[in-house]
Design a protein around this ligand. Structure first.
Ligand code: BES
Ligand code: ZN
Length: 661
């Protein structure tokens, strides 16, 4: 196993290269970095000019902050993790700039205990606003009047509550090692405010640093450079880890994980972190991550974050992946054993440009993060695994887009959403991902790949470390790519962004590899032929997914009997299927047919995986099966709920209700 280079190693390497002197970083080597310090050997490239150019803040309906009055520039967290109490407690020190004469700083908080606010001279007055179930509370602090060019340091003493929605505190039994507890955070979209008091709006970028104190048996990781990879003694069986993120990031990308964690390198700048007993499998699964980073850079320019590591979390992680900078958080369900689900890594990696460099300014423009990323993800897949593979995934994306276009209210099929008064999670549909990606594919097809790629690379450069809106996107593309009236009318860009559904120039992707799959599906699901005729063993995961996602046009006449479902399950070994995507697709069929023999498998699946994308559709399907499905849903949810992350819990609670204690 390759060890991650320690800070001392880095210092040795740096001085060998005479880098330390060049960077003026004599203080950083051999000395613990102090909070907020930005000296030292960093593997992150310098910031481009776009990072410091002035920003106009669009109004964010999901934040109380008034950044035009006073704005957080840097957050330092000094927190102690108490696994028994399920709290993080300590101090957030904020570097704040303000308009001359301003005396009010407004932060976002939710379900947090604020113990006091102060600056170096003493306590500051503060008031907590009324609590909104989605937005939480404003924390309004009265500061000394700002003077020109001044940065004030403001300290918030606080503790998180056990119910903080960003945090999941796992008992040892909920981990794969079974011996140590685990903690991880999920900030997107507006949950960072449940564990860090700051201005929680994606347009308000902040650098950050942190010192996290944890039991000696555990390691802490963040979406940042690790300054003390081995931990420093902190007394009473505890040690602490220091971090810094010198690139300004939107607060939803501040992320923390604490657990029994081990690392193995993939190449010089990539590697995998996970619990020790999962390390070998994860390391093998993601052996191509380095190639993906190279491919991404080849497409759209240098990777801006230094290292790119993966953290494979316990199965309760509520998402497939989360693009936390330098350290993508991912579900263990992508470790399929055959690299079939690695496009998730391509996706989270692509966010290192679309999302983490160029960031949606408000959640109504979530498509600017996810649509660009889905487009870029497919380009990485194409570069590393070839066009056939990428095309299979494009078609699966298009299929789920079609389903969502049928299900969603027309207003929610616009790329630019109206999320006023709503949870930003409402925008997390295939519209942002797949309509967004198809929009960019449409532009690419019409202008040609070469021109498109030059524009997209330039878009990332021009807008790096800046908030983006649909309007600014249109300004950029009209200035740099769409410069003729003929092209303007052919592209229908306003239609794509501001109107529901798909414009007339959308084209469905196709793949010949799905032709035999569709024929086999027709033969089994409609003509009711034998399952033995399905050429399952010759298919890859995407072909299998397509087969099991197939829905007959007439569900009444094409209802499968229990005998047919048993035959399907036995012939394809679905009861013991290890690929979570395939197992999920099968269980959807089973539930839709009220197929009783699959209920134990369903129970195992729902009590061992907390990924919302699987859990919610299955509970929704059960719920739709009324007298049959609802008692099953209620029974299984009572067993599963204690193991789910708050993000998944709140979604399922809204459907099934809270189980009686
Ligand atoms: N950033 C998203 C996850 C997210 C979105 C979390 C909105 C909270 C609010 C992440 O990049 C993502 O899209 N994950 C997908 C996987 C991807 C391959 C489509 C997921 O988790 O399923
Ligand atoms: Zn994404």
């Amino acid at each position: 196993m390759t060890r991650r280079p320690s800070r001392a190693d880095l210092c040795r390497m740096a001085s060998a290269l005479a880098l330390a002197a060049a960077l003026g970083s004599t203080a950083a080597c051999g000395v613990t970095a102090q909070t907020g310090s930005v000296g030292g050997v960093s593997d992150m490239p310098p910031l481009p000019a776009s990072a410091t150019a002035p920003v106009v803040y669009p109004h964010d309906v999901h934040s109380y902050a008034a950044p035009q009055v006073a704005r957080v520039k840097h957050v330092d967290l000094n927190l102690d993790a108490d696994f028994a109490a399920k709290t993080l407690s300590g101090v957030a020190t904020l570097d704040v700039t303000g308009e001359v004469g301003a005396t009010t700083l407004i932060l976002d908080v939710r379900d947090m205990d604020i113990r006091g606010v102060r600056n170096a001279s003493g306590p500051l007055a503060f008031v907590l606003g009324a609590s909104d179930p989605i937005m939480g509370q404003s924390l309004t602090i009265t500061t000394p009047a700002f003077v020109a060019g001044q940065t004030q340091k403001i300290m918030v003493d606080y503790a998180t509550r056990p119910e903080a929605a960003a945090l999941q505190w796992l008992t040892p039994a909920q981990t794969s090692g079974g011996k140590q507890p685990f903690l991880f955070s999920q900030g997107q979209a507006i949950l960072t405010r449940t564990w860090a008091p700051t201005q929680d709006s994606p347009g308000i970028r902040q650098t950050y640093s942190a010192t996290i104190t944890v039991p000696n048996t555990l390691k802490a990781l963040m979406s940042a450079e690790s300054l003390t990879p081995e931990g420093l003694p902190a007394g009473e069986g505890r040690h602490s880890y220091s971090f810094r993120m010198t690139n300004p990031v939107p607060p939803y990308l501040i992320a923390l994980a604490v657990g029994d964690l081990a690392f193995e390198a993939e190449d010089g700048r990539t590697g995998v972190w996970t619990e020790p007993d999962r390390l070998d499998a994860a390391h093998t699964e993601f052996s191509e991550v380095g190639k993906m980073v190279d491919a991404a850079e080849g497409l759209y320019g240098p990777y801006a974050w230094g290292r790119y590591d993966l953290l494979i979390l316990p199965p309760s992680f509520p998402f497939g992946g989360m693009e936390n900078p330098r350290l993508t958080f991912a579900t263990p369900t992508v470790v399929a054993g055959d690299k079939s689900l690695v496009s998730l890594v391509a996706h989270e990696l692509a966010h290192s440009w679309s999302g983490n460099l160029v960031t949606n300014a408000v959640w109504a423009d979530f498509w600017l993060n996810e649509g660009f990323t889905t487009y870029f993800q497919n380009r990485i897949m194409e570069a590393v695994y070839g066009n056939d593979r990428a095309q299979l995934e494009r078609v699966l994306g298009w299929d789920s887009l079609q389903a969502q276009l049928r299900d969603l209210p027309a207003d929610d099929t616009k790329l630019h959403l109206n999320l006023d008064g709503r949870d930003p999670d409402d925008g997390m549909t295939d519209i942002a991902y797949e309509k967004g990606a198809n929009f960019l594919e449409t532009i690419e097809r019409i202008v040609g790949r070469e021109k498109f790629d030059v524009w997209l690379k330039g878009y990332f450069e021009r807008n790096a470390f800046r908030p983006m809106t649909s309007e600014l996107f249109l300004e950029d593309i009209r200035a740099h790519l769409v410069t003729t009236a003929a092209l303007e009318s052919e592209l229908q860009m306003d239609q794509w962004i501001y109107q529901p559904g798909l414009p007339s120039n959308a084209v469905a992707p196709t793949s010949d590899a799905f032709i035999p799959v569709d024929a086999a599906a027709q033969a089994f699901f409609v003509a009711h032929g034998p399952a033995s005729a399905i050429p399952w063993s010759g298919w890859n995961t995407q072909q299998r997914q397509r087969f099991l996602q197939w829905r007959p046009a007439n569900p009444t006449t094409d209802w499968l009997t229990p005998a047919q479902l048993a035959e399907l399950s036995q012939t394809l070994n679905l009861a013991t299927e290890g690929n979570a995507e395939i197992a999920f697709a099968w269980l959807q069929i089973a539930v839709a047919h009220r197929y009783e023999p699959a209920v134990p498998q369903l129970q195992t699946f729902l009590t061992s995986i907390g990924r919302r994308k699987f859990v919610m559709p299955l509970f929704t399907s059960l719920w739709a099966e009324g007298d049959w499905g609802r008692p099953i849903a209620t029974r299984i949810y009572a067993l599963a709920r204690p193991g789910y992350h708050p993000v998944t819990v709140s979604s399922v609670d809204a459907l099934v209700g809270r189980p009686a204690a």
